[in-house]
Design a protein around this ligand. Structure first.
Ligand SMILES: O=c1[nH]c(=O)c2ncn([C@@H]3O[C@H](COP(=O)(O)OP(=O)(O)OP(=O)(O)O)[C@@H](O)[C@H]3O)c2[nH]1
Ligand SMILES: [Mg+2]
Length: 201
């Protein structure tokens, strides 16, 4: 089986990438498998900057090609928050539950049709001696007022996907892969660099 390293510490992202890449014959490895102690500081103010920081640091350290993922939720009624700060929106230790509570609290009293939001994902592809490239994807939806579903990670339980009439966390992994920001970004990558994935081993 071919292997690909995703420069992430996030197990939820790893599962998303497995759903996307296993059908193409890849085993997905993450920093949790290959470089447990590598935690790249995300000092950028855009998804793109942070994705490039993570991919280049890890590719340089391990001397191999990697893909990184910087992503987050933008809620229109909150002027695009939590945005690039999605992972630690509630402050302190990373907590999906606390982050969801904060979004729900801030949206108290906001009507359904004003709860529009999107997930964004930027993937950066870095390889030794090559120019880093980025690809982006998004997924439009609405913020629910209570949690629904047990799958996925992050804000998935409160993100409603109108086209499927389900919360993201109610989707099976392959269903999320078909419509998600991460899936859309990976499809962009595949389209622009059709040989890159097949050259990995
Ligand atoms: O419900 C969700 N479904 C998703 O599909 C999704 N994708 C991103 N997010 C949120 O955005 C943060 C990323 O921040 P982020 O890109 O810095 O990643 P991270 O810090 O979790 O891991 P790493 O890849 O940096 O190691 C995550 O923690 C989540 O809160 C998502 N939430
Ligand atoms: Mg991060």
């Amino acid at each position: 089986m071919k292997r690909i390293v995703i420069a992430t510490q996030n197990k939820g992202k790893a599962k998303d990438f497995e759903a996307l890449l296993a059908p193409l014959g890849y085993e997905v490895l993450t920093l949790l498998d290959v470089a447990q102690d590598m935690d790249v500081e995300e000092t950028g103010v855009t998804f793109e900057e942070n994705a490039i920081l993570k991919a280049e640091a890890v590719s340089k350290e391990l001397n191999i090609p990697v893909i990184s993922d910087d992503s987050g939720l933008e809620v229109d009624a909150l002027n695009g928050e939590p945005g690039v700060y999605s992972a630690r929106y509630a402050g302190g230790e990373k907590s999906d539950n606390a982050n969801i509570d904060k979004v729900l609290e801030k949206l108290t009293g906001v009507a359904d049709n004003e709860r529009t939001a999107r997930f964004r994902c930027v993937l950066a592809v870095a390889a030794p001696g090559q120019q880093t490239q980025t690809f982006s994807g998004s997924c439009e939806g609405r913020i629910l007022d209570t949690r629904r579903g047990e799958n996925g990670f992050g804000y998935d339980p409160i993100f409603y996907v109108p086209s499927l009439e389900k919360a993201m966390a109610e989707l099976l992994p392959h269903e999320k892969a078909a419509i998600s920001h991460r899936g859309n970004a990976l499809r962009e990558l595949k389209q622009s660099m059709p040989n890159w994935l097949s050259e990995q081993n």
